[in-house]
Design a protein around this ligand. Sequence first.
Ligand SMILES: NC(=O)c1ccc[n+]([C@@H]2O[C@H](COP(=O)([O-])OP(=O)(O)OC[C@H]3O[C@@H](n4cnc5c(N)ncnc54)[C@H](O)[C@@H]3O)[C@@H](O)[C@H]2O)c1
Length: 358
Amino acid sequence: MARVEVQLPTKQYEVQIENGLLQQIGGLIEQTWPSRQVALISDTNVAPLYQADITEQLVRHGFQVREYTVPAGEASKAWPVIADLATKMAGDHFTRSDGVIALGGGVVGDLAGFVASIYMRGISFIQIPTSLLAQVDSSVGGKTAIDLGEAKNILGTFYQPDAVFIDPTTLTTLSDRYVAEGYGEIVKTAALDSTDFWHLTEQINSIDDIRSHATELSQRSIGYKARIVMADEKESGQRQLLNFGHTMGHAIELLAHGKLAHGEAVSIGMVHLMQVFEDLKLASTGITAAIKERLQAVGLPLDSPLLGTAAFYDKIKNDKKNKNGKLNLVYLQAIGQPAIYSIPTDQVQAFFNEQTMD
Ligand SMILES: NC(=O)c1ccc[n+]([C@@H]2O[C@H](COP(=O)([O-])OP(=O)(O)OC[C@H]3O[C@@H](n4cnc5c(N)ncnc54)[C@H](O)[C@@H]3O)[C@@H](O)[C@H]2O)c1
């Protein structure tokens, strides 16, 4: 079993990663929580694949289980879905000593984590991430959120789980497209972390390579994220580094209206940003080509006609991460050497236009 420890001032928990882990999930949860009622929250794609078996194991281990299923997709990260889940939990007499389990991708994790954090001012929470993006990124770090219309992740909390259980064999049922999108976040993390992790990604030349290296890739990605979160849980400093590729990525993700998955947009965002910083000679020569090569190897997109449009700059100017009229862009001086470049938000368009016109 691969393990990553997350030690925060108010909470310590472990991420356990192993092929076939779901076959012993009842016992693992029993080691984490005494018997209680649990809300097993999943979505319409994941529930038919994994929910019944997990429920059966939990019941065998003395838990009472309520299965709640939300429609698959980002649209479920919405207030009416939270209200519906909380209403069901209240109707089923959930108390503060009960628990919530998220079984699904990043959408279910964000949604279930948010409802767990506000129901009776917070009840226990466990993550069982089933998409690659959730296994390498979103299930760890404690950010929960829902969207308000176009405003992504605008309502949320910092709420850490009691444990995260990852079974990479769930990736066999995940579509190739979503395996690739999760890999976008892995490339981001490897580039931020070290040349050592970066070299590991040299072995990934197809989607199947991602599946077969998933345990190691998850352990490395989560290990890096855990170190950052342990140093800066609430994103007042170092945690900003995880936004590499995300400022541009979020803007085109929003403009694509659901046609680009999160990791696809981040892939385009990293390439666009690094080309500008390499042209400025703030990044080492050839770094953009190296990042492109990794992303291209699994078919991730590198460019978009949405980049550089007026609507694109408008989204960047209104990004919720802007502070005091400034935008902090995370870029890489070299692999494993991230840095922050701060520009006034009203100069962003001029800054990028100048670089891209040369
Ligand atoms: N909290 C954080 O720190 C954080 C970080 C990054 C992203 N996110 C959020 O994560 C979300 C994106 O996550 P995602 O890409 O996992 O999206 P998702 O949860 O929508 O999952 C992608 C698709 O795969 C399906 N799926 C998941 N696991 C499966 C499996 N094993 N087999 C078959 N189908 C499966 C889902 O039903 C869905 O259709 C976004 O809402 C984003 O804002 C959160």
